[in-house]
Design a protein around this ligand. Structure first.
Ligand code: HEM
Length: 129
Protein backbone atom coordinates (compact mmCIF):
# COMPACT_ATOMS: atom_id res chain seq x y z
CA UNK A 1 0.00 0.00 0.00
CA UNK A 2 1.12 3.57 -0.59
CA UNK A 3 0.51 6.62 1.58
CA UNK A 4 -1.79 9.24 0.12
CA UNK A 5 0.23 12.17 -1.18
CA UNK A 6 -0.51 15.78 -0.27
CA UNK A 7 -1.38 16.19 -3.96
CA UNK A 8 -4.14 13.57 -3.79
CA UNK A 9 -5.32 14.61 -0.32
CA UNK A 10 -6.17 18.17 -1.44
CA UNK A 11 -8.00 17.21 -4.61
CA UNK A 12 -5.27 16.47 -7.15
CA UNK A 13 -4.91 18.10 -10.56
CA UNK A 14 -8.04 20.22 -10.32
CA UNK A 15 -6.97 21.94 -7.09
CA UNK A 16 -3.50 22.76 -8.44
CA UNK A 17 -4.98 23.96 -11.71
CA UNK A 18 -7.34 26.30 -9.81
CA UNK A 19 -4.63 27.70 -7.51
CA UNK A 20 -2.19 28.46 -10.31
CA UNK A 21 -4.90 29.84 -12.63
CA UNK A 22 -6.06 32.23 -9.90
CA UNK A 23 -2.45 33.19 -9.15
CA UNK A 24 -1.78 34.20 -12.77
CA UNK A 25 -5.14 35.97 -12.97
CA UNK A 26 -3.79 38.17 -10.14
CA UNK A 27 -0.32 38.50 -11.71
CA UNK A 28 -1.92 39.74 -14.95
CA UNK A 29 -3.02 42.96 -13.26
CA UNK A 30 -0.23 43.33 -10.68
CA UNK A 31 1.92 46.34 -11.47
CA UNK A 32 4.95 44.98 -9.63
CA UNK A 33 4.88 41.44 -11.05
CA UNK A 34 3.44 41.76 -14.54
CA UNK A 35 6.46 43.62 -16.01
CA UNK A 36 8.78 40.82 -14.83
CA UNK A 37 7.18 38.21 -17.07
CA UNK A 38 8.95 38.32 -20.42
CA UNK A 39 6.17 36.72 -22.46
CA UNK A 40 2.95 38.47 -23.38
CA UNK A 41 1.11 35.16 -22.97
CA UNK A 42 1.20 34.05 -19.32
CA UNK A 43 -0.14 30.61 -20.30
CA UNK A 44 3.25 28.85 -20.61
CA UNK A 45 4.49 30.31 -17.30
CA UNK A 46 1.24 29.18 -15.67
CA UNK A 47 1.80 25.65 -16.95
CA UNK A 48 5.39 25.53 -15.65
CA UNK A 49 4.44 26.68 -12.16
CA UNK A 50 1.51 24.25 -12.07
CA UNK A 51 3.67 21.29 -13.12
CA UNK A 52 6.35 22.26 -10.61
CA UNK A 53 3.91 22.48 -7.68
CA UNK A 54 2.19 19.22 -8.66
CA UNK A 55 5.53 17.43 -8.67
CA UNK A 56 6.71 19.03 -5.43
CA UNK A 57 3.58 17.85 -3.59
CA UNK A 58 3.69 14.28 -4.83
CA UNK A 59 1.72 14.45 -8.08
CA UNK A 60 2.80 13.74 -11.67
CA UNK A 61 6.47 14.30 -12.46
CA UNK A 62 5.84 16.05 -15.78
CA UNK A 63 7.83 19.10 -14.70
CA UNK A 64 11.03 17.08 -14.36
CA UNK A 65 10.45 15.25 -17.62
CA UNK A 66 10.06 18.52 -19.50
CA UNK A 67 12.33 20.88 -17.59
CA UNK A 68 14.82 18.70 -15.73
CA UNK A 69 16.07 19.70 -12.28
CA UNK A 70 14.10 22.78 -11.11
CA UNK A 71 17.19 24.91 -10.22
CA UNK A 72 14.77 27.62 -9.13
CA UNK A 73 17.37 30.05 -7.82
CA UNK A 74 19.22 29.91 -11.12
CA UNK A 75 16.00 30.25 -13.12
CA UNK A 76 14.97 33.35 -11.16
CA UNK A 77 18.38 34.97 -11.52
CA UNK A 78 17.30 37.09 -14.55
CA UNK A 79 14.60 38.79 -12.45
CA UNK A 80 15.20 41.28 -9.68
CA UNK A 81 13.38 39.81 -6.69
CA UNK A 82 13.51 42.00 -3.60
CA UNK A 83 11.03 42.35 -0.74
CA UNK A 84 8.55 44.20 -2.96
CA UNK A 85 8.44 41.41 -5.56
CA UNK A 86 8.38 38.71 -2.89
CA UNK A 87 5.45 40.39 -1.14
CA UNK A 88 3.55 40.84 -4.42
CA UNK A 89 4.10 37.18 -5.35
CA UNK A 90 2.90 36.00 -1.95
CA UNK A 91 -0.09 38.35 -2.04
CA UNK A 92 -1.25 36.82 -5.35
CA UNK A 93 -0.60 33.32 -4.06
CA UNK A 94 -2.53 33.88 -0.81
CA UNK A 95 -5.52 35.17 -2.78
CA UNK A 96 -5.33 32.08 -5.00
CA UNK A 97 -5.04 29.59 -2.12
CA UNK A 98 -7.91 31.32 -0.26
CA UNK A 99 -10.25 30.42 -3.14
CA UNK A 100 -9.89 26.68 -2.41
CA UNK A 101 -12.70 25.44 -0.17
CA UNK A 102 -11.91 24.02 3.30
CA UNK A 103 -13.48 20.73 2.16
CA UNK A 104 -10.51 20.32 -0.19
CA UNK A 105 -7.84 22.18 1.76
CA UNK A 106 -8.25 21.70 5.50
CA UNK A 107 -6.40 23.85 8.06
CA UNK A 108 -3.42 21.53 8.33
CA UNK A 109 -2.85 21.20 4.58
CA UNK A 110 -3.51 24.91 4.06
CA UNK A 111 -0.88 25.84 6.65
CA UNK A 112 1.67 23.42 5.14
CA UNK A 113 1.10 24.89 1.68
CA UNK A 114 1.25 28.53 2.77
CA UNK A 115 4.33 27.93 4.95
CA UNK A 116 6.10 26.28 2.03
CA UNK A 117 5.20 29.09 -0.39
CA UNK A 118 6.46 31.72 2.06
CA UNK A 119 9.71 29.83 2.64
CA UNK A 120 10.23 29.32 -1.09
CA UNK A 121 9.50 32.96 -1.92
CA UNK A 122 11.98 34.11 0.73
CA UNK A 123 14.62 31.74 -0.61
CA UNK A 124 14.29 33.13 -4.15
CA UNK A 125 15.01 36.75 -3.22
CA UNK A 126 18.14 37.90 -4.97
CA UNK A 127 18.12 41.63 -4.31
CA UNK A 128 18.08 43.59 -1.03
CA UNK A 129 15.83 46.40 -2.33
C1 HEM B 1 9.38 31.19 -13.28
C2 HEM B 1 8.96 35.37 -10.88
C3 HEM B 1 8.73 32.96 -6.70
C4 HEM B 1 8.42 28.82 -9.18
C5 HEM B 1 9.30 32.53 -12.99
C6 HEM B 1 9.35 33.59 -13.96
C7 HEM B 1 9.23 34.75 -13.28
C8 HEM B 1 9.10 34.44 -11.89
C9 HEM B 1 9.23 36.17 -13.86
C10 HEM B 1 9.50 33.41 -15.49
C11 HEM B 1 8.19 32.95 -16.08
C12 HEM B 1 8.35 31.67 -16.85
O1 HEM B 1 8.76 31.79 -18.00
O2 HEM B 1 8.08 30.58 -16.34
C13 HEM B 1 8.91 35.08 -9.53
C14 HEM B 1 8.89 36.06 -8.47
C15 HEM B 1 8.84 35.39 -7.29
C16 HEM B 1 8.82 33.97 -7.62
C17 HEM B 1 8.91 37.58 -8.63
C18 HEM B 1 8.84 36.03 -5.92
C19 HEM B 1 9.48 35.53 -4.88
C20 HEM B 1 8.58 31.62 -7.02
C21 HEM B 1 8.36 30.57 -6.05
C22 HEM B 1 8.28 29.40 -6.75
C23 HEM B 1 8.45 29.73 -8.16
C24 HEM B 1 8.25 30.79 -4.55
C25 HEM B 1 8.05 28.00 -6.27
C26 HEM B 1 7.40 27.70 -5.17
C27 HEM B 1 8.70 29.10 -10.49
C28 HEM B 1 8.81 28.08 -11.53
C29 HEM B 1 9.12 28.77 -12.71
C30 HEM B 1 9.16 30.19 -12.37
C31 HEM B 1 8.66 26.58 -11.35
C32 HEM B 1 9.39 28.14 -14.08
C33 HEM B 1 10.83 27.62 -14.09
C34 HEM B 1 11.19 26.95 -15.40
O3 HEM B 1 11.62 27.64 -16.31
O4 HEM B 1 11.01 25.72 -15.49
N1 HEM B 1 9.14 33.09 -11.75
N2 HEM B 1 8.87 33.84 -8.98
N3 HEM B 1 8.63 31.08 -8.27
N4 HEM B 1 8.91 30.34 -11.03
FE1 HEM B 1 8.91 32.06 -10.03
Amino acid sequence: QTATSFYEAVGGADTFRRIVAAFYREVATDEVLRPLYPEEDLGPAERRLRMFLEQYWGGPRTYGEERGHPRLRMRHHPFTIGPLERDAWLRCMRIAVAEIEPELLDDEHRKALLDYLEMAANSLMNAPW
